[in-house]
Design a protein around this ligand. Structure first.
Ligand code: ASP
Length: 323
């Protein structure tokens, strides 16, 4: 009887909380630096999400560092009340294989709210790099072995994974330079302090279109259709057979957030992803808004689990770890 009363009270509390939700600003944690690709997606998403959350402000909080694990840990430990959310990318699924001491459990410590987009990546270089195209880059790499710097956003970041695959494909080791996100990495690349970076099109498309960086290839098997990126050949077609990296973003809440609230957030996300302005902005940056089953909470979690299983063995084989 007591159990029944407690369960009924919990359900009542959950629906009351959901009925009022959100009645104050919602914080969306971005686990990378401001101005970078994940941050850009988050800011665009925040704008449309608010329209579907009683016009409540969605505040972006950047918690960069350790390949996104610091920001994710911040959300795992936050109150499960729907007021602290996380936008993370594919690094969410690779971190468990990369970090010996994970500050959270990827599959157990979060509510999965649905996926947002798929984003291709690009290999870019500092503007002063003498190699004008990928063939010349390969020669330059061969001539400069041991001296090449590759920027990334820390172990487990998309840029780290893409860079790792790139080095493996060439059989060359480069010195990696980790940043809190690829926005500060881009600043250093533009300034010539680092040589190369593999980063999402959401960060690189403007720089490529404006001719501000050297662009060597896209990481998809097919060329992109985004006008400013359509002329950039795939790495696959330039000798790196099968080179294929697309990363994705998903939305999360701390484990234990009431079901009524997670369902409300899922509905708000689905509505946001149909917003023509949001779709247009994403497409202009080379990203593709999710329209398939991964919009569902259970499908989202299933997808991340499959990604953990896909990346884990490859990362372990590469022997990349951090404590
Ligand atoms: N693009 C970064 C990465 O390498 C993250 C970011 O700054 O959004 O994962």
């Amino acid at each position: 009887m007591q159990k029944f009363v407690l369960a009924a009270a919990a359900t009542l509390f959950s629906s009351l909380a959901a009925a009022a939700y959100p009645d104050k600003p919602v914080t969306l944690v971005v686990p990378f630096a401001a101005g970078g690709p994940t941050d850009k997606v988050a800011r665009d998403l925040a704008e449309v999400l608010r329209k579907n959350l009683h016009n409540q402000t969605v505040i972006i909080e950047n918690v960069g560092g350790a390949g996104g694990t610091l920001g994710a840990a911040r959300v795992a430990k936050a109150a499960p009340d729907g007021y602290t959310l996380l936008l993370h990318h594919a690094g969410f699924s690779t971190a468990p294989a990369l970090y010996r001491n994970m500050p959270y459990k990827t599959l157990d410590d979060f509510e999965y709210l649905g996926m947002v987009n798929d984003v291709p990546m690009t290999l870019i270089g500092r503007p002063t790099l003498p190699a004008a195209n990928f063939a010349e880059l390969r020669k330059w790499i061969d001539a400069n072995k041991g001296k090449i710097n590759l920027a990334n956003a820390g172990l487990g970041a998309a840029s780290h994974l893409c860079g790792l695959l790139f080095q493996q494909a060439l059989g060359v080791d480069m010195t990696t330079v980790p940043y809190k996100g690829t926005a500060p990495a881009m600043t250093d690349l533009l300034g010539g302090q680092v040589d190369l970076m593999c980063d999402q099109t959401t960060n690189t498309s403007t720089q490529i279109e404006g001719g501000k960086v050297r662009a060597y290839g896209v990481t998809t098997l097919k060329p992109l259709t985004t006008p400013g990126l359509a002329k950039l050949p795939t790495l696959d077609s330039q000798g790196l057979k099968g080179f294929n990296v697309t990363i994705w973003h998903g939305l999360y809440a701390p484990k234990g957030t009431p079901k009524a609230i997670t369902e409300q957030l899922n509905a708000a996300l689905r509505a946001a992803l149909k917003d023509p302005e949001f779709i247009k902005r994403e497409e202009a940056m080379g990203a593709v808004v999710i329209t398939d089953a991964r919009l569902g909470q259970a499908e989202h979690k299933k997808f991340v689990e499959a990604e953990i299983n896909k990346w884990g063995p490859a990362i372990k084989a590469a022997g990349q770890y951090a404590d």
